[in-house]
Ligand binder design. Structure first.
Ligand code: SF4
Length: 338
């Protein structure tokens, strides 16, 4: 499953905070806090973590849509476009818009923000093309839509249906199909399988994999569902309290999770034939507006020691492609998940 490729999107020390005015008092929510990523072309990169850890905000920043109250406080985002690296945060609003139209697409949570309930699916395709490639004729759009629908194995008559005539899973597939229509080099998916039952979820995952295989592009996928990551991702970044705390190949994360938080996430998954009680992460995530000093996981961590309460650890690299931010790595004080 692992592949050798070039970096297509990277961030340097990215900080994106919500700055809120609470009756004259400023409240700062540190949703994305010093994140360094290097995402490769031709890979599916999963971002995992509990609700409220900053995953969706990180996606917004990577998609380069940072609007008040969200602010880019620091750091840079780079896309590699036509063999050149472009620092996207410094582009003009029009340049950013063009890049989003031509280069990168976004699959939102749920389909109804994409599909207009009073338009047939074919009209949503026409609207989409009209906003992205206005010079393309209706006839060409319909040919493109028909071709894509056949290639992705969607029902041929779907173009004449209204969204409410489709199941939730089918609407989500259409949403993903639309986001892939113009062959973007990067697709960003925000919980695209949430609220779907497992059978439908499997179909959506298969479709994402098929699109990535066909386009040889990059998919960045956020979900809290580790089972989805196990099925679809080549590499996974584990996010906690606005930070990436562990990153590795999917095999490294599942076979050798090293950060105590990752170990809890993996241990809480049901295992075939194992009737032992699953252990969930103790306590609850910290408020991003009031983070604890030091390692933000220390109030929940069973291995906390003094230094954890004082300062945030940097990354250790226990293996090629595997990095972990934990003071205990290498000291043998906590074992791997079993
Ligand atoms: Fe736990 Fe300390 Fe590691 Fe944080 S740095 S995860 S508190 S052991």
């Amino acid at each position: 499953m692992e592949i050798q490729t070039e970096t297509i999107l990277r961030t340097e020390n990215l900080k994106a905070f919500y700055v809120l005015d609470m009756h004259g008092t400023q409240k700062i929510v540190k949703a994305v806090n010093e994140v360094d990523l290097a995402i490769k072309e031709n890979e599916i990169y999963g971002i995992a973590g509990e609700s409220g850890c900053g995953k969706t905000t990180l996606l917004k920043a990577l998609f380069n849509v940072i609007e008040p109250p969200l602010r880019l406080i620091g750091g840079k985002i780079y896309y590699r476009v036509n063999w050149e690296e472009v620092e996207v945060t410094s582009l003009s609003p029009e340049e950013k818009r063009r890049l989003r139209l031509e280069y990168i697409s976004y699959i939102p949570q749920g389909s109804m923000s994409v599909l207009n309930p009073v338009l047939k699916i074919k009209e949503s395709y026409q609207d989409f093309i009209a906003s992205h490639v206005p010079e393309q004729s209706r006839k060409e759009t319909m040919e493109l839509a028909q071709k894509q629908i056949v290639e992705l194995g969607l029902p041929k008559n779907i173009l004449n249906a209204y969204p409410h005539q489709l199941s939730g899973g089918m609407r989500q597939r259409v949403t993903i199909a639309l986001s892939a229509l113009l062959s973007p080099r990067i697709m960003i998916g925000d919980e695209p399988t949430t609220a779907l039952d497992v059978v439908v979820q499997r179909g959506v995952i298969q479709m994402l994999k098929e699109i990535q295989r066909k386009l040889q592009n990059t998919i960045i996928l956020v979900t809290h569902d580790m089972g989805v990551h196990a099925n679809v991702a080549h590499r996974i970044g584990i996010m906690y309290a606005g930070k990436i705390v562990e990153e590795g190949t999917t095999i490294q994360i599942f076979d050798n999770p090293l950060h105590p938080y990752t170990q809890f996430l993996i241990n809480s998954l049901p295992k075939f034939g194992d009737k032992m009680m699953r252990e969930s992460v103790p306590g609850s995530p910290p408020s991003l507006a009031d983070l604890p000093r030091g390692c933000p996981f220390h109030p929940r961590c069973p291995y906390t020691k003094d230094i954890c309460r004082e300062s945030m650890p940097g990354f250790s690299y226990p293996d090629e492609k595997h990095r972990v931010a934990c003071w205990l790595i290498g000291e043998g004080e906590h074992g791997k998940a079993s």
